[in-house]
Design a protein around this ligand. Sequence first.
Ligand SMILES: Cc1cc2nc3c(=O)[nH]c(=O)nc-3n(C[C@H](O)[C@H](O)[C@H](O)COP(=O)(O)OP(=O)(O)OC[C@H]3O[C@@H](n4cnc5c(N)ncnc54)[C@H](O)[C@@H]3O)c2cc1C
Length: 473
Amino acid sequence: MQADTTHTPVAIIGGGISGLSAAWSLQKQGVQYTLLEQSERWGGKIRTELVDSPHGQFVVEAGPDSFITQKPWALQLAREIGLEDRLLGTNDHLRNTFVLNRGRLTPLPDGVMLIVPTKFMPFITSPLISWPGKLRMAQELFLPARTDDADESLADFVRRRLGDEVLDKLAEPLLAGIYNTEPDKQSLLATFPRFRELEMKYGSLTRGMLAGKRSRASAPPSKYSVFTSFKSGMRELVDGLLPRLDGDLRLNTGVRSITQNADESYTLSLSDHSRLTADHLILTTPAYVTARLLADICDVAAELLADIRYVSTGTLSLAYRREDVPHPLNGFGVVIPRSENRPINAITWSSTKFNYRAPENYALIRTFFGGSRTPQTFDLSDQALLRTVRNELQAVLGITAEPVLTRTYRWREANAQYDVGHLSRVDTIESALPANIYVTGSAFRGVGVPDCVNQAQITAAKVAAGLKQRMMS
Ligand SMILES: Cc1cc2nc3c(=O)[nH]c(=O)nc-3n(C[C@H](O)[C@H](O)[C@H](O)COP(=O)(O)OP(=O)(O)OC[C@H]3O[C@@H](n4cnc5c(N)ncnc54)[C@H](O)[C@@H]3O)c2cc1C
């Protein structure tokens, strides 16, 4: 071993929530690790700015603004590290989503679950879907169910079951929107596997959703709202984990290359010109970075990793004096179907959705741009972007006043695209990896924070089991 080379049982590459969760999980199992992050900050896509302004404090999210509690892993992690008291649910009495429909804000009818109506009257009286569209949706109850387990695109599924209009007005902005993707490419099985399960079990998505609603109604209500954050924003999850991690944590330490040694360990060349040998590697980096790092070790996995597409997205948050916003902001925000041809994708009314996001008498609004829907907006200069977004806020919400604060965040090549066949690709990648190398994170089996936590925990358990076996043999 050279003088500048150190050794670790496990090197975790990438200090986003996946890397941090893997570290915490290993630590709980008594495994030593080194966590390497190339930037000067922990958290990756989780980034909250607490902006102290002359108007008071704004809590501005650059990435995720919440996590879903129906997938329990992020919630469990938060409770485990003592953040129970810091959890902050959405203001559910104001829960309402608007869809931009021919330039006008139209509320999503009460009872629509994802894309399926579960209440008759609000849906029948809503102008969002035309009468022919509603009749087409009703046919869903009588269509034969698909019975094989092959993947298909979200668009094919929705067209097949519910018709084109539901795809245009609901599925595209709501379900493809979450993934910043195109529904014609989006894998149903990787993103909404439950739809296929319900179709197979109940013969109809609508019947399945209604059954789910009935069983939830008879279960005791959850103490947590479906989407939950923390009083000072998502960064609390990262800030809460860091002081509990007692491993070797290195910021400003990017991994430049990896080579395999004769004894099945690996040597990492680091950006500070030092080297690290590791018995096990957990890579949580974006798939195209992981592909580069593994190119010399496993070309099959590297090629498949490089095939995972990414898009760039951004958010622009604007704060206003409440009196300058003519709209009541009586909901969580607006989704914008692709067919509306607008330069932004969605708007969240952050200070309605959550308390503590803006001082009293101010409103915080977050807009989303880029991705496959509005890539041209991603490349605008900051000034042109602000002009574009303000024009949109004027058109949609009637806001003409100057914002008191703006914050723009661009995430270049940041969102993995789960194209049709994604899960089989991931299976093949995993089986092609050399011994003791693991990949995890948002490129693989779920992009949301809870999915990242879960995948990291599963990976850490495999690594801990591998190390134990090695010690015993
Ligand atoms: C705008 C936006 C909004 C979102 N909203 C939500 C939401 O509301 N709810 C939700 O659940 N999810 C949301 N997500 C998704 C979620 O935030 C991410 O999927 C998740 O945080 C990804 O975590 P990760 O650790 O897998 O990856 P990342 O956070 O990308 O972390 C990877 C880390 O690897 C580091 N790295 C890269 N190359 C190297 C190298 N060579 N050496 C060392 N380190 C390296 C990077 O610097 C980075 O810190 C959102 C994402 C975005 C962009």
